[in-house]
Design a protein around this ligand. Structure first.
Ligand SMILES: [Zn+2]
Length: 268
């Protein structure tokens, strides 16, 4: 692996979904390639507890985020309250980097429509607002899964609660919303699909250099050059390389810029 002057950050990975063996090997390899940190997001309370355990094991490398992923059935009120109580303890102990992954169920809604079903839209909105209020109260960054027509709805809620530190991971959406997010100073991040998705490449050309970061959303798998490969935080090096070539800057400059952004947003 080539040593680079500038470090890497994977600002969105579901680390707890890998096995312990995969994690220890992956993180060692990531560090060898000058990987500095990963932001490990969670799906629900159980997943948050596993993320917490990993963050204790690798305190310098893992920045933990806790929340409830929107692309799954809503939790019961009891489950929801248990998650918030637990998160409150983490936040008060200063052991929580961000709220995430939270947002709105774009893909589940499409699936529901296809089966002639409806989702409890109000339920998802109410839960997202509760996470936003929590982030505001504890002054934590928030990691959003809110794409296409869900993005302006998330923007509306963030604005209502005066949130400045929002990260729309793997973002896709319309031009008007992109401009609104830029005005608000919201961050976005690119996955390895920056290498082959036109829609994402266009976004990378528009979105200000000071507001973009690299991520993998691992273990989600990618296509083309990444097909049949386990998604690895070191693939953020490929993201930086693609961003560099799109923006006409050196790979070093891309790594410096994307890392500086991640460090500013998530560093502690
Ligand atoms: Zn994710």
């Amino acid at each position: 692996m080539t040593a680079h002057r500038f470090p890497l950050a994977d600002t969105h990975i579901h680390l707890e979904q890998y096995t312990d063996e995969q994690i220890s090997q992956m993180l060692a390899e990531f560090q060898e390639g000058n990987g500095a940190f990963v932001v490990a997001v969670s799906m629900n309370l159980e997943s948050s507890k596993r993320t917490e355990k990993l963050a204790k094991q690798y305190p310098d490398l893992i920045h933990p985020a806790y929340g409830f992923h929107p692309e799954q059935p809503l939790p019961s009120i009891k489950e929801e309250n248990a998650l918030f109580e637990w998160m409150q303890q983490q936040a008060q102990a200063g052991q929580m980097t961000a709220v995430g992954e939270v947002g709105l169920p774009y893909y589940s809604r499409l699936e529901a429509i296809e089966r002639g079903d409806r989702l409890d839209e109000d339920g998802y909105l109410r839960l997202l607002e509760r996470f936003i209020v929590f982030a505001a109260k504890h002054d934590l960054p928030i990691i959003l899964h809110a794409v296409y027509e869900d993005a302006p709805i998330a923007c509306e809620l963030l604005e209502r609660h005066g949130i400045r530190r929002a990260h729309f991971h793997w973002f896709k959406g319309d031009e008007h919303t992109v401009n609104r997010m830029i005005t608000n100073g919201y961050m976005i991040s690119f996955t390895p699909d920056l290498a082959y998705e036109n829609e994402i490449q266009e976004l990378a050309l528009r979105y200000p250099a000071s507001l973009v970061m690299s991520e993998t959303d691992g273990p989600w798998q990618f296509e083309h050059a990444f097909a049949n490969r386990m998604t690895h935080p070191s693939m953020t090096a490929d993201v930086c390389r693609e961003w560099a070539s799109l923006r006409g800057v050196s790979e070093d400059e891309a790594r410096r810029q994307l890392f500086e952004n991640a460090e500013r947003f998530y560093g502690r």
